[in-house]
Design a protein around this ligand. Structure first.
Ligand code: MTE
Ligand code: MO
Length: 506
C-alpha cells in the first residue's frame, strides 16, 4: 500500500509542477558553457562540476590547443568569480622552506619567467574503450590538450624562502575550492603530491595559457604545471605549495588516481598516476561520424610521451599487420608537448579503419593493448584508439537555410512538460535509501532532481545518467572521493539504490 501511495505522490508531484508552470523545477535547464567555449566543440559528460571533452574532429591539426577547444575537468565546483577574479592579488602559502610565508601573483610576475609547451591529459582519457565499463566520465580521446604555459619555477619560489629544509620527499599543492560542509576535508580536497625531485626540476606555477591570462575554468589566476604528468597533478587555483615529508593525506592522493587491478580498492601501495606513457591517436579526417570524400586524403593526429617527446609515428590500415611511417609536422615544442603527424593516403569509397603507433625518444613504443585496471586510467593502447573513416563518392548536401529566413523564425515559447516519474517498487525502496539512509547522504554530493538533491561535489546524476552496473560498482566500492557503501548497505539495498538512481536519471 505504502508503495502505491508513494508512487502516486511522485506522479502527482509532476502534475502539480506542470500546473504551477515551473518547468525548471525538474532540472531541464542547461548550464551555460564556461567563458570562451561553445557547445558544439565538446561532449558534455557533466556540467557541475564540469567535464567537457573536446570532440575528436575538433583538434589535432596544429600542436597548440586553443582555450576555446581545451577540455575541462573539475572534481569539485570551481571557486566563485569573486575568488577567481583576484588577479594579481591572488595569494598562496609556501611551506617546507627555511622560512614560511606567502606570495601574491604580483610577486611572481617580478620573478624569472619561463614558458613551456605541455600536454594536460586526464587519467581517464580513453576510459570509454575499456571493455569492463569503469565508472566515471566516458572520455574517448578528447580529455587532453597541449598549451603554452607561462609562469615561474617552483624551485625559484622555494629559493625565495631560503630553500627546502628537512629533506622533503614531495611537492604538495592544494586547490582553492570551497569545500562542502559535512564531509571530511581529506575526502574531497584536491591536493596532490609529486616527487620533490620532479617538483624542483621543472614544475611551474603558471598564470598564462597560450599567451593570455589563465582562464578561471583552467585554474586561473594560478595553477601548477607538472610537465609530462597526468592531469590531476596540475592543481588549479593553487592556495598552498609545500615541500613535504609525506604525500598528501587527501583521498585523491592516497587511494584515488592509483593504477590497480579490477575489483581491488586503491591504496598507497598502488602506482600513482604520475608520468604519462607514450600515446597517439588519429583525429581525422572523418571523426565524429562525418563522411569524407573518397580520393586523396591526409590522415592526421597527435603523439606524445611525458618528459620524453616523440621520435616516430607509424600508421596502419590493416590492424597493425603493416605500418607506414607518418610525417612529423609543425614545430617540435619540447619533450612535454605533443607532436602532430600526418600521412597522405587514398581512400576508396567504403569504411576504413586506421590505427597509429608512436615511439618516444627513449624507444618506448605504444602497445597494442593497454594495462587493464579498475578505474580505466591511462589507456594508451593503439588498438582501441583507431579511427574509423567512411569515404563517400559525394558529400551529403549541406542544409541551406538563408540567414534572413533563419532570423525571421520566431521561436515559439517552448512549453516544457516535466517528465512524470514512475518508479518501480525496487526504485522506490532505493529512493528511501538515497534520501534518508545512506551515510553520508547521497544528496550531500550529488544532484538528482527526483530527490530534490543539489549537492555539487559529485557528478550531477541527471546529467551523467549512469548505467546500472556502473552504479552498483560505484556504490559498493566507491569512486574517486565517493566512499564505498558496500559495508553499510546489503546487496539488496545496493540494488535498490542503483535502480532508483538509474530510473530517476534516465
Ligand atoms: N584545484 C583543482 N585542480 C585540478 C582539478 C580539480 O578538480 N581541482 N582537476 C584535475 C584534473 S583530474 C584534471 S584532468 C585537470 C584538468 O585540467 P583542465 O580543466 O584545465 O583541462 O585539472 C586537475 N587539477
Ligand atoms: Mo583528470
Amino acid at each position: 500500500m505504502q508503495h502505491w501511495s508513494r508512487r502516486f505522490v511522485m506522479k502527482s508531484l509532476g502534475a502539480a509542477v506542470l500546473l504551477a508552470g515551473h518547468p525548471a523545477a525538474i532540472g531541464l535547464s542547461r548550464r551555460a558553457m564556461p567563458v570562451g567555449k561553445q557547445t558544439a566543440t565538446f561532449i558534455e559528460h557533466n556540467d557541475l562540476p564540469w567535464a567537457l571533452e573536446t570532440r575528436r574532429g575538433q583538434f589535432g591539426f596544429g600542436p597548440i590547443t586553443p582555450v576555446s577547444h581545451f577540455f575541462v575537468r573539475n572534481n569539485l565546483p570551481m571557486p566563485p568569480p569573486s575568488v577567481t577574479d583576484e588577479g594579481d592579488h591572488w595569494s598562496f602559502q609556501v611551506s617546507g622552506c627555511a622560512e614560511a610565508g606567502s606570495l601574491t601573483l604580483a610577486d611572481l610576475k617580478g620573478m624569472n619567467v619561463q614558458t613551456i609547451a605541455n600536454v594536460v591529459q586526464c587519467s581517464g582519457n580513453g576510459r570509454a574503450f575499456f571493455p569492463h565499463h569503469p565508472s566515471g566520465s566516458q572520455w574517448g580521446v578528447g580529455g587532453a590538450g597541449c598549451a603554452l604555459w607561462t609562469g615561474v619555477r617552483v624551485a625559484d619560489i622555494f629559493e625565495r624562502f631560503g630553500g627546502v629544509v628537512d629533506a622533503p620527499a614531495f611537492l604538495t599543492a592544494t586547490g582553492g575550492e570551497q569545500l562542502p560542509e559535512g564531509i571530511a576535508r581529506d575526502a574531497v580536497v584536491v591536493e596532490r603530491s609529486v616527487p620533490i625531485e620532479k617538483g624542483l626540476r621543472d614544475c611551474l606555477l603558471v598564470w598564462e595559457m597560450n599567451g593570455a591570462p589563465l582562464p578561471a575554468v583552467h585554474g586561473g589566476p594560478l595553477r601548477l604545471i607538472v610537465p609530462g604528468y597526468f592531469g590531476v597533478n596540475n592543481v588549479k587555483w593553487v592556495r598552498q605549495l609545500g615541500a613535504t615529508g609525506q604525500q598528501s593525506t587527501a583521498k585523491i592522493q592516497q587511494s584515488g588516481y592509483r593504477l590497480r587491478a579490477q575489483g581491488v580498492t586503491g591504496g598507497p601501495q598502488h602506482p600513482s598516476m604520475w608520468r604519462m606513457p607514450v600515446k597517439s591517436w588519429l583525429n581525422g579526417p572523418g571523426a565524429d561520424d562525418q563522411p569524407v570524400l573518397a580520393g586523396s586524403a591526409t590522415l592526421y593526429g597527435v603523439a606524445f610521451s611525458g618528459e620524453r617527446g616523440i621520435s616516430a609515428v607509424e600508421v596502419s590500415s590493416d590492424a597493425g599487420d603493416s605500418w607506414q611511417v607518418a610525417k612529423l609536422v609543425g614545430p617540435d615544442l619540447g619533450p612535454n608537448a605533443w607532436r602532430t603527424f600526418s600521412l597522405q593516403t587514398t581512400l576508396d569509397t567504403g569504411i576504413h579503419r586506421f590505427v597509429s603507433r608512436a615511439t618516444d625518444t627513449e624507444g618506448a613504443q605504444q602497445p597494442e593493448q593497454t594495462q587493464d585496471n579498475q578505474r580505466g586510467y591511462g589507456h594508451n593502447g593503439w588498438g582501441d584508439h583507431g579511427l574509423t573513416i567512411t569515404a563517400v563518392k559525394t558529400l551529403p548536401e549541406r542544409e541551406l537555410i538563408a540567414t534572413a529566413e533563419r532570423a525571421s523564425v520566431v521561436p515559439a515559447t517552448p512549453v516544457q512538460t516535466p517528465p512524470v516519474l514512475v518508479l518501480s517498487d525496487q526504485a522506490l525502496a532505493g529512493k528511501a535509501i538515497f534520501d534518508n539512509q545512506a551515510q553520508p547522504g547521497c544528496g550531500v554530493c550529488h544532484s538528482l532532481a527526483a530527490s530534490d538533491a543539489r549537492g555539487a561535489v559529485g557528478p550531477n546524476l541527471d546529467t551523467l545518467k549512469p548505467g546500472l552496473a556502473q552504479l552498483r560498482n560505484a556504490i559498493t566500492q566507491g569512486v574517486g572521493a565517493m566512499p564505498a557503501y558496500g559495508g553499510q548497505l546489503s546487496p539488496v539495498e545496493i540494488d535498490a539504490l542503483a535502480a532508483y538512481v538509474f530510473e530517476a536519471s534516465q
